[in-house]
Design a protein around this ligand. Structure first.
Ligand code: GTP
Ligand code: MG
Length: 235
């Protein structure tokens, strides 16, 4: 009997290719006791991730001990925007420069993000919540469960009302799907009935929120969803 060959690690050829499935996650679900709850916000470029992060800071900043990690490819643009917006003490914002595909930093090698979370937890003992904004990517970018306890995927109507039915792991598996910028749906010819019914069809029981951060700048529906996740409200 020959010794087992060292080949093939991680190179299993799928028999049934599921185009909506996420790539394998190398990290286990992280424990949530005794540390801040971590919510990841992902989605395509420009869909409104930073705007939603700012909205959640405004909505929750007085009731929840929170901090933010931003991911940008080449800049610290998102962190700079949040600092200038004055929605949160600048000390509570950490920027990770991913320098490559943003997907990598939230999924495959999450150490830079975990280090940023750790710095915030050391700086602010008793932190309840860290919001981690991914760099803008495409429909395939999702967070490792080792980094985010829950994740929000943000798409916008400007990408076209076809986006939810195109699927991808963000649309199909994120704990919350947000369809943003509904205030401009009529300008881009996006049919909201099509978008929401496709989204529900793709996601089964998982929640979908449609919103406009122009009409409701504090994202009340998403803020309520976040509140429902925090241990202080769970019991
Ligand atoms: N009309 C409208 N504009 C919005 C809304 N939400 C965000 N925007 C605008 O959309 C643009 C992009 O928003 P961001 O929050 O920077 O998007 P992002 O997803 O963080 O972008 P990247 O980090 O570059 O991927 C900004 O000019 C926002 O002001 C909305 O609900 N309605
Ligand atoms: Mg952003």
């Amino acid at each position: 009997m020959p010794a087992e060959h060292g080949h093939g690690h991680g190179h299993v050829h799928p028999v049934n290719f599921d185009p909506t499935a996420a790539e394998p996650d190398h990290y286990d679900q992280a424990p949530t006791a005794g540390r801040a709850y971590r919510i990841g916000i992902g989605g395509p470029v420009g869909s409104g991730k930073t705007a939603l992060t700012a909205a959640l800071c405004r909505a929750l900043g007085d009731e929840v001990n929170l901090a933010v990690v931003t991911n940008d490819i080449y800049t610290t643009e998102d962190a700079d925007f949040l600092r200038k917006a004055g929605v949160l003490d600048p000390e509570r914002i950490e920027a990770v420069q991913t320098g490559a595909c943003p997907h990598t930093a939230i999924r495959d090698d999450i150490t830079a993000n975990l280090d940023a979370v750790e710095r915030l937890e050391e700086r602010f003992p008793g932190l309840d919540l860290v919001i981690i904004e991914s760099g803008g990517d495409n429909l395939t970018a999702v967070f490792s469960r080792g980094l985010a306890d829950s994740q929000v995927f943000v798409v916008d109507v400007a990408g076209g009302d076809k986006v939810p039915r195109k699927g991808g792991p963000g649309v199909t598996t994120a704990d919350l799907l947000v369809i943003n910028k509904i205030d401009i749906a009529h300008l881009v010819g996006a049919d909201m009935d099509v978008m929401t019914s496709d989204a529900h069809r793709m996601r089964g029981e998982l929640p979908v929120i449609t919103q406009s951060l122009v009409d409701t700048p504090n994202a009340p529906a998403v803020a309520d969803w976040v509140r429902s996740l925090l241990p202080v409200n769970a019991g």
